[in-house]
Write a new protein. Structure first.
Length: 379
């Protein structure tokens, strides 16, 4: 079956995009809410930090719970809890700061395993031969959600400060309705489904890939302004960097989806190394845009390759927890990359991403060829 006529996939996709939307809306929504109620944006930043910490803390244990009850049954409950948390936060917007900080823990902890749960359902939604293409198309749609979330908040804020939070709650309800209720009807035999979970070291190369994606991407996404200022350009040129990064990411994912095969992650990590070194070297506008384009073009394929190979390694009864761990590791990379931009010289910050990519690539070189990502879908 073609992916573009695959009804179950598009239902899954609609659900996961609605589930992702609140997280992309939250930073600006929290900031606008606290600015309107307290006159300061700082509390909004605190709320977002607590929300992210709660997500990361709850990702693996809540993901393990999803594995026990089944993501098809557990995800609607988690989504409704998350939506209820946003609704309560909106209603209690005038409460003291400690109360708001406590209230944001509920949606944060409940949302931590959503991505892992939806990714687990994808394995039962499409056949193995469609999986690389499905993940790549999803990566392209994710770019639209990342851009559209803040824009939607800015638009809804015109109708009232509490409206964005209400929309975030409604998005959770919509995602809960769209969660696939049944596993796929096709039969598959997947490696690792009937064996105990492997040691953590087995997953380290792929967790390293996820960490590298977050680390190097954050270096660019957090620092477009200093990157263009280093070239003597005005602040208005900063969006060009993000536009090139997003455009290259969409193009890379589209090419990967067109091929429809699991690639070799070492090539994409090599692109990260080359792009990161060029970014650190300050080679003028041509060097900046070329390095950002290379990194962006490798991002979608690396994410897809990592996801496919993790699925092959994870036992079926541990996938929600395993994928939640992967997303948490990627978020840790993003946070550390953002910190590096804030405390280190601009030329030095990308080198941490280069180092991480080289380490992940080295671990993949040391593994047997069948674990690299070039194996057939039936191996």
């Amino acid at each position: 079956m073609s992916l573009f006529t695959h009804r179950a996939y598009w239902r899954w996709s609609a659900g996961v995009q609605f589930a992702r939307l609140p997280a992309t809306m939250a930073p600006l929504a929290f900031t606008l809410l606290t600015t309107a109620t307290t006159g300061s944006y700082r509390l909004g930043g605190v709320l977002m930090s607590v929300y992210v910490v709660a997500e990361m803390a709850g990702a693996v244990p809540v993901g393990r719970l999803l594995d026990r009850v089944g993501p098809a049954r557990g995800l609607p409950v988690l989504l409704l809890l998350t939506g209820a948390g946003f609704a309560v936060l909106a209603l209690a917007a005038d409460a003291p700061a400690p109360v708001l900080v406590a209230l944001v823990l509920l949606p944060g902890a409940a949302a931590g395993a959503l991505s892992g749960g939806f990714r687990t359902l994808l394995a039962d939604t499409v056949d193995d031969d469609l999986l690389p293409r499905a993940i790549s198309v999803d990566a392209m749609l994710l770019e639209g959600v990342l851009i559209g979330g803040p824009a939607l908040v800015a638009l809804l804020d015109l109708a009232g400060t509490f409206v964005p939070l209400a929309a975030m709650a409604l998005a959770c309800v919509a995602a809960a309705v769209l969660v696939p209720r049944r596993a796929g009807a096709h039969d598959r035999v997947e490696s690792g489904d009937d064996v105990p979970p492997a040691r953590l070291v087995t997953y380290l190369p792929w967790l390293g890939c996820a960490f590298t994606v977050g680390l190097l991407l954050s270096t660019i996404e957090v620092a477009p302004l200093p990157l263009v200022q280093r070239l003597g350009a005005p602040e208005t040129a900063a969006p060009i960097v993000i536009a090139v990064l997003s455009g290259a990411s969409i193009a890379g994912s589209a090419l990967y989806a067109w091929r429809g095969k699991t690639g070799d992650a070492r090539w994409f990590l090599g692109g990260f190394v080359v792009g990161g070194l060029a970014l650190a070297a300050d080679l003028g506008w041509a060097g900046l845009l070329a390095s950002v384009a290379v990194i962006g073009a490798c991002t979608g394929p690396l994410v897809a390759t990592t996801s496919v190979n993790l699925q092959r390694l994870l036992p079926k009864n541990r996938r929600s927890a395993g994928f939640s761990l992967s997303f948490t590791v990627q978020a840790c990379g993003f946070g550390l990359g953002s910190l590096a931009v804030g405390v280190l010289p601009l030329w030095l910050a990308p080198l941490f991403g280069v180092f991480a990519a080289a380490i992940a690539g080295g671990m993949l070189v040391a593994k047997p060829a069948r674990a690299i990502g070039t194996m057939s879908v039936t191996s």
